[in-house]
Each structure stands twice: as structure tokens, then as C-alpha cells.
Design a protein around this ligand. Structure first.
Ligand code: G6P
Length: 367
């Protein structure tokens, strides 16, 4: 096992470090001559133009990538998106009309609820696209078409590199759909592709900054509750940051849409409670800063994760981690890295079983 870990203390840390390559491997084969090509999609331009709705269905972290993707499909391709937890989807008699595209996202391709949702969609005559990491898995075999994420085998129960590649697959789809539907220009396409290509190096930069996160994480190994707040895509990032932390460190954490704070969570803030605020969406900076001030005046310690250059945030935060500049729709790929490292180092600091947290399984094959 030590050999398989390639010199790393845990599979999770190894997999965090493999993200630049996993992202590049998922991206590069689908970029040709300044365009996006997703051959395995098997859809004509006419079929792409005809899509009326997208339903993204998944569990766990894969579901969180769908929450992010909703903002992107709607934002750039202007296609309405519903995101569902697979375990909820088929028990609510979902409305699946013609020209709906169902996307099932799954690392293992074996998650029982996701597979059941796929079968339900097919039964209702709707086209299903699988975004899957394990080649030849059940979801890959049963979907009408499959777009593989090329993360390679993932061993740690808490997903990192598969999650990152699921985001990439959905960015590519959203860009392709937006372009074919005439919602983005050639120049916008060119800029997006340029930013996509920069992601692997930018992720590497953030991964290399691990000592800083480790020092910070060590201060929170005795924390009782930790909160994550964000708006828009940053709310989706918060959901995943919170899950990473709680699943491997056993510290209670919650992600909240920052605007909802005053409807509940704010009463839980005590002196010294850590609140991680993610703010990568420029048009929401000021709203987020007000929310940070709100919790800080109630005693919270605020860790901010924001874009390089947004130094204005320093007046409302106790500690700031900057991420490199990218397209506003791709910030999830960068902001998640310090959050993965934070969860990892809190877990290590507490002496938890990082790669195999109690009660959890890598692939949940029962409903
Ligand atoms: C488990 C794993 C998670 C994963 C979820 C969905 O809970 O621990 O990391 O996100 O299942 O798994 P899938 O294989 O369908 O992506």
C-alpha cells in the first residue's frame, strides 16, 4: 500500500496532488483547433439547439458539481437546469418532457440511487448522458452516451480529483451548448478555452501552497462547528467544502447560502466560531462582505477565499486566501483546492482515518 501511495501519507493527499493532471487529461482531448469537441456526446447541432431543459442527477460530491453546473448552463447556454439528488428524483414522479437531457454524474458509475434514476429516466423515454469515471461501470454501460472523466482510479473515500474532473466535463458541455446555440461569440469561446487551459497550472499553484493551509487547519482541530457561506457558484463550492471537512474530520459543519444566514445560522455563531466565506463572483462581493461583517460582529473568525486583487475583502476578514484570476464560471475549480486541503489537514491533525472515514463507503451500492 505504501508503494501505491507514491510517497504520500494518504491517498487523499496523493489524489489532491494529482488534480492538475486529472483536469488536463479530461480537458485536452476535448479541445481541438480552438474549439470544444465532445465526440461521445453523439448529438447533432440541431439536437443541441432543441434541448429545452437539463436535469442533472447525482449523489454526494457529484451532486455538488451539478449545483455548480446549473449556474453555468443557465448563465452561458441559457438552458433551464434542475439539479436533483438521485435518491429524491424518482420518488417525486418527475416531469420529464421531450427534449429534456438527463445527465447522471458519478465517479464510480455504481451508486445505486444514481443508477436507479438513470433507469427511471430511460423508462420515460428521455436521453441520458453519463459523466462517469470508472470505465465500463453500470452507469457507463446503461447511459445512452457516456462522457468519461479521466481522473484515474480514486481510492480515498472523500473524492477530490474525480470531483474536479466532473466540473471540467460540465464546463465543456456548457460551453459547447452555449456556442452551438449562438449564446457566446467566437471571442468569448476563445477566452473561455484560454482560461480552461490555464486551470491545471493554477490548481498546481494552490496545491503547492499546502503548508499555509496546514498551519491554519491546525488551529481548528478542536472546533465544534464550522460554517461555510457563499452566494451563487460560491454557495455550491461551500457545499462541497463543508462536506469535505465533516466527512473526514467528524466536525459538524454546514454550508449556507450567505443571504440565508439571518434566517437561522446566525444564531449559532459564538465567539471564535470559524466561518469560511467564499467570494469569487465580483457582482456579489459587496453583499458577501456585508454578510461577513454580520458574523464577525457576533464574534466569528472569518476566513475568506477570494480572487487575487480583491483586497477590499481584508477589512471584513481575519485571514484571506487568494485564488488566481479565471473566468467567473470556473472559479470552483480553484477555490475548492484550499478547502480540500483544509478538510484534509484538520482530519490529519485530529488523527482520524483520513482515507477511510468511519461509516462511509467509497461507492454506495445500496439504496
Ligand atoms: C459516496 C462517496 C462520495 C461520492 C458519492 C457519490 O458517498 O463517498 O465521495 O460523491 O458516493 O458517488 P459516485 O461514485 O456516484 O460519484
Amino acid at each position: 500500500e505504501a508503494a501505491e501511495k507514491g510517497g504520500y501519507e494518504h491517498f487523499m493527499l496523493k489524489e489532491i496532488n494529482e488534480q492538475p493532471k486529472a483536469v488536463a487529461d479530461t480537458l485536452n482531448p476535448r479541445l481541438k483547433d480552438g474549439k470544444v469537441y465532445i465526440e461521445e456526446l453523439n448529438m447533432t447541432d440541431e439536437e443541441i439547439i432543441a434541448i429545452k431543459k437539463i436535469c442533472i442527477i447525482a449523489c454526494g460530491s457529484a451532486y455538488h458539481t451539478g449545483v455548480t453546473a446549473k449556474y453555468i448552463f443557465e448563465g452561458i447556454a441559457r438552458i433551464p437546469v434542475e439539479v436533483d439528488l438521485a435518491s429524491e428524483f424518482r420518488y417525486r414522479n418527475p416531469i420529464l418532457e421531450k427534449d429534456t437531457l438527463v445527465i447522471i454524474v458519478s465517479q464510480s458509475g455504481e451508486t445505486a440511487d444514481s443508477l436507479a434514476a438513470l433507469r427511471e429516466a430511460k423508462k420515460r423515454g428521455v436521453k441520458v448522458l453519463g459523466i462517469v469515471n470508472v470505465v465500463g461501470s453500470s452507469i457507463a454501460r446503461e447511459a445512452d452516451n457516456v462522457m468519461y472523466t479521466w481522473a484515474g482510479p480514486e481510492i480515498a473515500v472523500a473524492t477530490t480529483k474525480a470531483y474536479s474532473t466532473q466540473l471540467i466535463a460540465q464546463y465543456l458541455l456548457a460551453i459547447q451548448f452555449a456556442y452551438v446555440r449562438g449564446k457566446i461569440s467566437d471571442i468569448e469561446l476563445e477566452e473561455m478555452i484560454r482560461d480552461l487551459k490555464r486551470l491545471p497550472d493554477q490548481i498546481e499553484l494552490l496545491v503547492n501552497n499546502k503548508e499555509k493551509i496546514q498551519k491554519f487547519a491546525n488551529r481548528y482541530i478542536a472546533a465544534k462547528d464550522i460554517f461555510f457561506i457563499g452566494r451563487g457558484i460560491d454557495y455550491a463550492i461551500s457545499l462541497e467544502g463543508s462536506l469535505k471537512l465533516k466527512e473526514i474530520s467528524y466536525i459538524h459543519s454546514e454550508a449556507y447560502a450567505a443571504g440565508e444566514l439571518k434566517h437561522g445560522t446566525i444564531s449559532l455563531i459564538e465567539d471564535g466560531t470559524l466561518v469560511t466565506a467564499v467570494l469569487t463572483q465580483e457582482e456579489l462581493y459587496q453583499k458577501m462582505i456585508s454578510n461577513m461583517v454580520e458574523v464577525r460582529t457576533r464574534g466569528a473568525f472569518v476566513l475568506a477565499i477570494t480572487n487575487e486583487g480583491n483586497t477590499d475583502v481584508e477589512r471584513a476578514a481575519d485571514y484571506v486566501i487568494y485564488i488566481p484570476q479565471t473566468n467567473k464560471y470556473f472559479t470552483n475549480s480553484l477555490a475548492i483546492i484550499p478547502l480540500q486541503l483544509f478538510g484534509y489537514y484538520v482530519s490529519v491533525g485530529k488523527g482520524c482515518d483520513v482515507d477511510k472515514p468511519r461509516n462511509l463507503a467509497k461507492s454506495v451500492t445500496v439504496e
